[in-house]
Every structure is written in structure tokens, then in C-alpha cells.
Ligand binder design. Structure first.
Ligand code: SF4
Length: 71
């Protein structure tokens, strides 16, 4: 499973890294530091990835079965 964060949708609400501290972190401006990235979810962290996706009010985070072809 992969997690993808849409840089254009992220508005820096900061909810994602609050619920997924082992997967995500914040940058100096309060945005998720991993915005614009897509990567394979490490073992054991799928729950945090799904919580982060649910927590984001902008719908910027997607949990995917496969990596997008343009990633
Ligand atoms: S919760 Fe969504 S909008 Fe807020 S920092 Fe995370 S990805 Fe960005």
C-alpha cells in the first residue's frame, strides 16, 4: 500500500501528522513535510496512514493499493 499527498490540496491544517506521527512530520510553516510525495507505507503503519487520510479536511491524502504511474 502507498500513501500519496497532493501538494496542491494541502493547506497546512496539521491534522495528518498529529494522528500519524510515525509516518508524517511537519515543516517550518506547519504543512506536512512530505507533501507532493508518494511512497510505500512501512509495515505496521497502514493504520496511521488511513487515519491521516481520514483526518485531512482537504482530502489531500490518499491511501492507494498501487503506486500511481506518474509517481
Ligand atoms: S491534514 Fe491535510 S491539509 Fe493538513 S497538513 Fe495534513 S495533508 Fe495538509
Amino acid at each position: 500500500m502507498f500513501i500519496s499527498i497532493d501538494a496542491d490540496k494541502c493547506m497546512g491544517h496539521g491534522r495528518c501528522y498529529a494522528v500519524a506521527p510515525d509516518l508524517l512530520s511537519d515543516d517550518d510553516e506547519g504543512f506536512v513535510a512530505q507533501r507532493g510525495q508518494c511512497w510505500e507505507i512501512p509495515e505496521g503503519l497502514l493504520g496511521q496512514a488511513e487515519e491521516a487520510a481520514d483526518a485531512c479536511p482537504e482530502g489531500a491524502i490518499a491511501v492507494l493499493e498501487t503506486a500511481p504511474s506518474n509517481a
